[in-house]
Write a protein that binds this ligand. Structure first.
Ligand code: UD1
Ligand code: CA
Length: 455
């Protein structure tokens, strides 16, 4: 039997106090709705439909490369009305799983349990026990069976005392759901078409309704404001770090790390405090990330050390490289093996071959550097003429003295030495010392200026 997933995402989320729709707020670097779409994909649904509304096309536009059905709910008349908008194109013989764009932390394990424990022709709601159930729909049971859900505003005093609440998540046979939704009315305290009213209808039709309990309330928490968003962020970060620790990754403090994307780690990786990982980052065996580092879309080879305070984006390294402290690696920085990049060095769109060192205060852009090269402090590849970028090529075993300007396009031959302070505009031949310096002059008897008396 096929599975349709209907994700409700039409609400504004007034309490976010934001111009963008709630489901586009970021959690671990990804919109809330993106997390729910990821779950839908992992469950292998053959039909995923998102009901959107507030924010209009901004929501579908943010997921233009995702294969889902978008259905507009122009007016938010209630959760039942929202699901109804998705029904016309939902196949009758599929099961329908209802998820929410603002409930991003549900685990695949819980959802799988919900699907597996519910027979195909029955209905089940995902519930959870809350210490303070105020505001939620209460689960009314007779014995083991669920017989209805009562919203807070419609509940009697006795019903308000029930601690088991409706998470909103529900699985049911589509054909039956369609017939129940057609009979919904909005004569309740909020004047809305409640999805939850289908429970009592199912019971009346003699269908058994299960209430399946989630393991904890954190995974079913709905995000309504920035405080809950921050709570969910911490909960998700804890989950991601726990998974990495179970795989053997070491953290100085699991509470002081942020993963906004996917972080893949080899064996014996150690991550110190305040490391932020964005996009796809991969760390080879034995990699060490010291404190205060940002790594985005980068791949570090085994044994590489990133000292404190580096900004690394779109970079790759081979084995045993050393970066920082205070280095910036920009997109296209490719270090081979045993390369050292020291403090206040910026590298962009450049290849640096095995064993080369660029240790201090240097800019390398659009360059190709051979093996065993030493680039002296304060060296600049002058790659930009104000209109176009040009390439610098440095051969194997070159020694570049301190404070050298390499005016690209320019080439330094294998084994060459460039004298400190030179501005190199022409090819420097292989194996020779090339330097460019104006004559040193001394002005004998020159007087230092003196400070004038205040008048
Ligand atoms: C709903 C449930 C309640 C449950 C609670 C869990 C109903 C009637 N009540 O209440 O039992 O305890 O969720 O959080 O279902 N939405 C739309 N279109 C609409 C209305 C809502 O897309 O017309 C979306 C909202 O964006 C939101 C979700 O559905 O993400 C829930 O809607 P909301 O109005 O917050 O329902 P609750 O009153 O919280
Ligand atoms: Ca809600």
């Amino acid at each position: 039997m096929g599975l349709s997933i209907i994700i409700l995402a039409a609400g504004q989320g007034t309490r976010m106090r934001s111009d963008s729709p709630k489901v586009l707020q970021l959690l671990a670097g990804q919109p809330l709705l993106g997390h729910v779409l990821d779950s839908a994909r992992k469950l292998g649904a053959d039909d995923v439909c998102v009901v959107y509304g507030y924010g209009g096309d901004a929501v579908p536009a943010s997921f233009s490369d995702t294969d889902v059905r978008w259905v507009l709910q122009a007016e938010q008349l209630g959760t039942g009305h929202a699901v109804q908008q998705a029904m016309p194109e939902t196949p009758d013989d599929n099961r329908a799983l209802i998820l929410f764009g603002d409930v991003p932390l549900l685990t695949i394990a819980t959802l799988t349990r919900l699907l597996e424990q519910t027979p195909a022709n029955e209905l089940a709601v995902l519930t959870v026990a809350m210490e303070d159930p105020a505001g939620y729909g209460r689960i009314v049971r007779e014995g083991n069976r669920v017989v209805g859900i009562v919203e807070q505003k419609d509940a009697s005093k006795a019903e308000r005392a029930i601690a088991e609440i409706n998470t909103g998540v529900m699985i049911c046979p589509t054909a039956k759901l369609k017939s129940w939704l057609g009979k919904l009315c909005n004569d309740n305290a909020q004047g809305e078409y409640y999805l939850t009213d289908v429970i009592a209808m199912a019971v009346r039709d003699g269908i058994s309704v299960k209430g399946i309990k989630a393991d904890n309330w954190v995974e079913v928490m709905g995000i309504n404001d920035k405080k809950q968003l921050a709570e969910a962020e911490r909960a998700l970060q804890t989950r991601l770090v726990d998974e990495l620790m179970a795989d053997g990754v070491g953290f100085a403090d699991p509470a002081r790390v942020d993963i906004r994307g996917t972080l893949q780690c080899g064996k014996d990786v150690f991550i110190d405090v305040n490391a932020v990982f964005e996009g796809d980052v991969s760390l080879g065996d034995g990699t060490r990330i010291e404190s205060n580092n940002l790594l985005r879309d980068s791949k570090l080879g085994p044994g590489t050390i990133v000292h404190s305070n580096c900004h690394i984006e779109g970079a790759t390294t081979g084995k045993n490289c050393e970066i920082g402290p205070f280095a910036r690696m920009r997109p296209g920085a490719e270090l081979a093996n045993n390369v050292k990049v020291g403090n206040f060095v910026e590298i962009k769109k450049s290849k640096v071959a095995d064993g080369s060192k660029i240790n201090h205060l240097t800019y390398i852009g659009d360059a190709e550097i051979g093996t065993g090269v030493n680039v002296g402090a304060g060296t600049i590849t002058c790659n930009y003429d104000g209109a176009n970028k040009h390439k610098t090529t440095i051969g194997d075993d070159v020694f570049i003295g301190s404070g050298v300007n390499l005016i690209a396009p320019v080439e330094v031959g294998k084994g060459a030495t460039i004298g400190a302070g030179s501005t190199i505009t022409k090819p420097a031949p292989e194996g020779e010392l090339t330097l460019e310096r104006s004559k040193q002059t001394t002005i004998r008897g020159w007087q230092k200026p003196t400070k004038k008396e205040a008048s």
